[in-house]
Design a protein around this ligand. Sequence first.
Ligand SMILES: *[C@@H]1O[C@H](CO)[C@@H](O)[C@H](O)[C@H]1NC(C)=O
Ligand SMILES: *[C@@H]1O[C@H](CO)[C@@H](O)[C@H](O)[C@H]1NC(C)=O
Ligand SMILES: *[C@@H]1O[C@H](CO)[C@@H](O)[C@H](O)[C@H]1NC(C)=O
Length: 183
Amino acid sequence: MRFPSVPIRVLTFVALILILDCSDGLFKFKNIRCKCYEKSYCEFAKCELKILGRGIVALNMHLHGKQLPFKRFQFQVSTFRRFNGYRPSFYNISVDICDFFKHKKRFPFFNILHDPLRNFSNFNHSCPYNHDIIINRMVLNDQMLNKLPLPNGFYKLLIVIATEGIWRVEIEFFFEVNLGYDR
Ligand SMILES: *[C@@H]1O[C@H](CO)[C@@H](O)[C@H](O)[C@H]1NC(C)=O
Ligand SMILES: *[C@@H]1O[C@H](CO)[C@@H](O)[C@H](O)[C@H]1NC(C)=O
Ligand SMILES: *[C@@H]1O[C@H](CO)[C@@H](O)[C@H](O)[C@H]1NC(C)=O
């Protein structure tokens, strides 16, 4: 017997909505590490994950600049997936933040990263930055997964940051993607 295909597709769709709708840690932070290379230049006053509720993990970060302003930020953003240890996979891009805020469309991947960050940080305007960089209670949004087609697994996002052409800061975000089904 052959099942009609439409109802099945509808079922899949409903299941998908249900899964995406329950924001019970399908996409969540597992760990974070922040490092400032030179204590005379900057310092992390905060770099932590806080559990807000069941399966909800928020990120708090405070990068204190000792020689403000930060004039330009150059980001090297790379992603790693865990197999035996973390291996480079999917993305490795370089972004000049001043350019980014002028021409967001040119940096689609970074745009995906920045979009959910925007509402939780004071890092949402163009350079220069005459203040510390703060991220407050950022929770990963499951809708980000619609734009980032990551298979289930454990990942690391590494961001290395230079200002005035000198590498200053390194941040490692560890997160898990678990959709409850394979894709
Ligand atoms: C990403 O690219 C940069 C510059 O091309 C390179 O130095 C770096 O090692 C690469 N990182 C990874 C994880 O492949
Ligand atoms: C950011 O906040 C604005 C206004 O509160 C809201 O419309 C928008 O959907 C939020 N964006 C994200 C990515 O959460
Ligand atoms: C930038 O973040 C502040 C709060 O940190 C928010 O009030 C403002 O709407 C944000 N601006 C944009 C362009 O997202």
